[in-house]
Design a binder for this molecule. Structure first.
Ligand code: NAG
Ligand code: NAG
Ligand code: NAG
Ligand code: NAG
Length: 319
């Protein structure tokens, strides 16, 4: 009798908590007009009166269970970063960039495709599935959060005055789109206002920061006058005549060109490129968008593209 009443009471309390949680996630959308343009503010996930915040936010169309499906093996006992990566870190990190269009540009299909594309890169760069039997490489994204046996410290003497290496620090690959070399830690640290030059280890200690750094890389052009991977993907980038001659079209292929250059692109259908593409297509399927949305070969891949930046040696493979 008493036990029954207790459980009724418990259920009552749970219902209240659930309804509070629901009220919180369907956060109030505030709308106003600025110079004839509709702008919105959606609380913590999309803040700051932006057009983009009037659209769905990432958590509206990409839920915890989908993150779990995409990165199903990341917490298995043999994974090298078990317990590190989670959905909440990704969404928390994305909130800084959603008001600027990350995952919030265009219609729902475009939005979901961008998340599949970004995470496709992340999955392919952090997978440990290559030697593992079960599931194949695409099931093992977010297996790493750092390079396991760095061959050296990635301290480039050329930048010794602009980005002096901290004594004892190693600038080997860390993160969701692994960062290599002290000058890259330095530059990203400046952008995020975190002292990564002196503390590169922060990236392997904090999943939110690791995702933040990766999204920063995705939305930032490598050089002035070039598109960011985000712009190249969602189509806000308009190719020049030269780009078209170099077979650089808006789409997934060009994001590989930007992030990896001639390590991956312009070499035909090589493994290194196909691995990235196959993660993207696998995630499109899992998210219910479908791999046919990946588009034709010349948009999906960079097999025939001329690299934007020949011999970009700064993003060595994490594998
Ligand atoms: C979404 O936007 C893309 C790109 O602008 C367009 O090609 C596609 O037809 C749109 N899809 C829907 C369902 O409206
Ligand atoms: C918001 O979504 C609509 C349709 O779903 C799309 O046409 C529009 O471009 C999006 N807004 C921005 C700023 O991308
Ligand atoms: C992890 O990084 C985030 C984003 O930079 C920051 O807000 C948070 O305070 C950090 N957490 C810890 C424990 O340092
Ligand atoms: C286009 O390519 C040509 C030849 O490679 C080069 O000389 C020219 O500067 C390029 N133009 C632009 C706008 O990049």
């Amino acid at each position: 009798m008493e036990a029954k009443q207790t459980s009724v009471l418990l259920i009552g309390i749970l219902l209240v908590i659930v309804s509070i949680a629901n009220a919180d996630s369907s956060a109030q959308v505030l709308v106003k007009k600025v110079k004839g343009k509709k702008v919105c503010d959606k609380g913590w996930e999309c803040k700051g009166w932006s057009e983009y915040c009037c659209n769905l936010t990432i958590s509206d169309y990409f839920d915890t269970y989908q993150f779990e499906e995409l990165f199903a093996k990341r917490n298995s006992p043999v994974a090298h970063a078990a317990g590190f990566w989670d959905y909440k870190s990704f969404i928390t990190a994305s909130a800084l960039y959603q008001p600027h269009g990350f995952g919030t540009t265009g219609n729902k299909t475009t939005q979901m495709k961008e998340i599949a594309a970004f995470l496709g890169h992340v999955g392919s760069q952090t997978s440990c599935g290559y030697g593992v039997a079960t599931g194949g490489p695409t099931a093992w994204g977010l297996c790493y959060n750092k390079e396991m046996s760095p061959p050296h410290e990635y301290c480039d003497d050329f930048y010794k005055y602009t980005y002096p290496c901290a004594p004892g620090a190693g600038y080997y690959g860390r993160g969701a789109l692994p960062i290599y070399w002290q000058y890259n830690y330095g530059k990203i640290g400046e952008a995020l206002n975190v002292d990564l030059l002196n503390h590169p280890e922060y990236i392997e200690q904090n999943a939110t920061l690791a995702f933040q750094a990766a999204i920063h890389t995705w939305v930032t052009p490598m050089k002035k006058g070039q598109p960011s991977a985000h712009e190249a993907f969602v189509g806000t980038w308009k190719p020049t005549k030269n780009d078209t001659l170099a077979k650089r079209f808006p789409g997934f292929g060009t994001t590989m060109n930007i992030l990896y250059g001639d390590r991956t692109c312009g070499k035909g259908d090589v493994d290194d490129m196909n691995t990235v593409v196959s993660h993207y297509l696998y995630y499109l399927d899992l998210m219910g968008v479908g791999r046919e949305e990946g588009g034709p070969h010349e948009v999906l891949t960079c097999a025939e593209q001329k690299p934007f930046n020949p011999s970009a040696s700064t993003q060595a493979s994490s594998r």
